[in-house]
Design a protein around this ligand. Structure first.
Ligand SMILES: O=S(=O)(O)CCCN1CCN(CCO[C@@H]2O[C@H](CO)[C@@H](O)[C@H](O)[C@H]2O)CC1
Length: 474
């Protein structure tokens, strides 16, 4: 492409009301894991029982439970207009139910929301960012059909207590990770290994939970609170390994298994992607199952699913190359169901995370795919960023943000994709799940060896705040 098109920053600006922000999540930053009546979550259990890298835990993390005012000051210095954070379900309901409502937990989030608004920063609140109350996991957690009502009751407590000031709600962060990484191959909490059946039942309940909460908001809160309710889905761009038809079909199928799994029911026709139903049914039959391992929605549920979101939150980090591979000879699993094989192009720069390679044009292709498949939904990029090992002069992060944000500007200006905001992952270094504190994603550095968890701006804070100042937030 010509220079003119490649460097959109010299050609156009983001829309004036574009939502520039930064993102975090409760377990990764708060600490105070058992303070003031908070109940344990599956990530407290997982980090206490399992050997996270270097036996690290989120017990203290960035200590934002005590230092949230410092976090707001960092956001102010960045010049952002929005802050995406999550509420820990077990901090406001210790055992996940109304029997254990915890006023001090509710107070914490009210204080944080009020501090943000005092500095004219809009809260974008994720209800579930992987930290299920341990008590609910004891009754099978997301595999339990009752979870749908339990999640709706938790959401209602949040709408009642915070909905007068919170106008952006994200129900669930990355159902893919909850289902596949948490219940399929079990490398994330709760670490349940059920790659053939559990993974699909969990997803079925997650979609029902989101849909129930969307309609609850519609019927009981929207007319008074006038907010928006969406869901955040993560997806890598899937580029064909070669341009052979089988590879091209495999890349497209991979997008439908990864993103379409959740997006088709909610932003599409109300049901799972046709290719997913076909492949899982065929594999299930070959494997001797009497029914497909993929659950089915009733016609009424499909009607409830369709259009049940005001926006699509997209978490995007990287691109995969996808080739065809017949996997009939493998044990039954979500991965094998797809008959695909994933790889990276060696020319894509590495990061500190082995699943994350840098390929900026991937986000533009993905945004265009979403626009075309779901008839131009409202999109917020709710996470984008890169890991390194904590250098203060973080050139790779400066380049990553500059180039990925430039691609998003092309999406808006050249592809007419309705992207309305961008939340950089992450405001500060934090607990990177199974990798503990070893992979750094922050615009701000945090020193986890010092009790006061001092926050220090990295070079990329200058880059990001300049992009915001030059390109949109007036
Ligand atoms: O290579 S493995 O398969 O053995 C381990 C994969 C671990 N996954 C990678 C993809 N990531 C999706 C993005 O996950 C998001 O991005 C951030 C960075 O991960 C997280 O900190 C955020 O909380 C999360 O929302 C979730 C965790």
């Amino acid at each position: 492409e010509d220079l003119e098109e490649r460097d959109m920053f010299y050609k156009g600006l983001f829309p004036p009301n574009f939502a520039w922000g930064a993102a975090t999540s409760a377990y990764q930053i708060e600490g105070g894991w058992n303070e003031d009546g908070k109940g344990p979550s599956i990530w407290d259990d997982y980090s206490h029982e399992w050997k996270i890298t270097k036996n690290q835990t989120g017990d203290i993390a960035c200590d934002s439970y005590h230092r949230y005012k410092e976090d707001v000051q960092m956001l102010k210095k960045l010049g952002v207009s929005h802050y995406r954070f999550s509420i820990a379900w077990s901090r406001i309901m210790a055992d996940g139910t109304l029997n254990s409502l915890n006023k001090k937990g509710i107070d914490y989030y009210n204080n944080l929301i009020n501090e943000l608004l005092a500095y004219n920063i809009q809260p974008m609140v994720t209800l579930y960012h992987w930290d299920l109350p341990s008590a609910l996991q004891k009754t099978d957690g997301w595999k339990d059909p009752e979870i749908v009502d339990k999640f709706a009751k938790y959401a209602e407590v949040c709408f009642v207590n915070f909905g007068d000031r919170v106008k952006f709600w994200i129900t669930i962060n990355e159902p893919f990770v909850v289902s596949w990484l948490g219940h399929g191959i079990g490398i994330m909490a709760p670490g349940v290994k059920e790659p053939a059946i559990g993974v699909y039942n969990v997803t079925h309940n997650i979609i029902k939970s989101h849909v129930k909460v969307y309609h609850l908001y519609n019927e009981k809160f929207r007319s008074r609170q006038h907010g928006k309710v969406g869901i955040t889905l993560d997806c890598d761009w899937k580029e064909p390994l070669t341009y052979d038809a089988m590879d091209r079909y495999s890349a497209e199928r991979s997008l439908k298994f990864k993103l379409g799994w959740f997006a088709d029911p909610i932003f599409g026709q109300g049901d799972y992607p046709a290719v997913m139903k076909r492949f899982v049914a065929r594999k299930s039959e070959q494997q001797g199952y009497s029914n497909s391992r993929l659950p089915e929605f009733t016609d009424e549920e499909k009607k409830q699913n369709k259009g049940a979101a005001d926006f699509l939150g997209l978490n995007h980090y990287t691109t995969n190359l996808v080739g065809y591979k017949n996997r009939d000879n493998e044990n039954s699993s979500y991965e094998a169901d797809q008959d695909t094989v994933l790889s990276f192009d060696p020319c894509w720069n590495k990061s500190e995370s082995d699943w994350l390679r840098v390929n900026p044009w991937g986000i533009r292709k993905l945004l265009k795919w979403i626009k075309n498949r779901y008839r131009s939904p409202v999109i917020y990029v709710t996470e984008n960023g890169v890991s390194d090992d904590g250098q203060m002069d973080d050139v790779s992060r400066q380049r990553y943000y500059t180039k990925y944000i430039n691609e998003i500007l092309k999406s808006i200006k050249l592809d007419n994709v309705d992207v309305r905001g961008y939340m950089a992952w992450s405001l500060m270094d934090n607990f990177e799940w199974g990798s503990g504190f070893t992979q750094k994603f922050g615009l701000y550095h945090v020193d986890f060896d010092i009790d006061s968890r001092p926050r220090t701006p990295k070079a990329s804070t200058v880059t990001y705040s300049k992009i915001i100042k030059d390109n949109g937030f007036h």
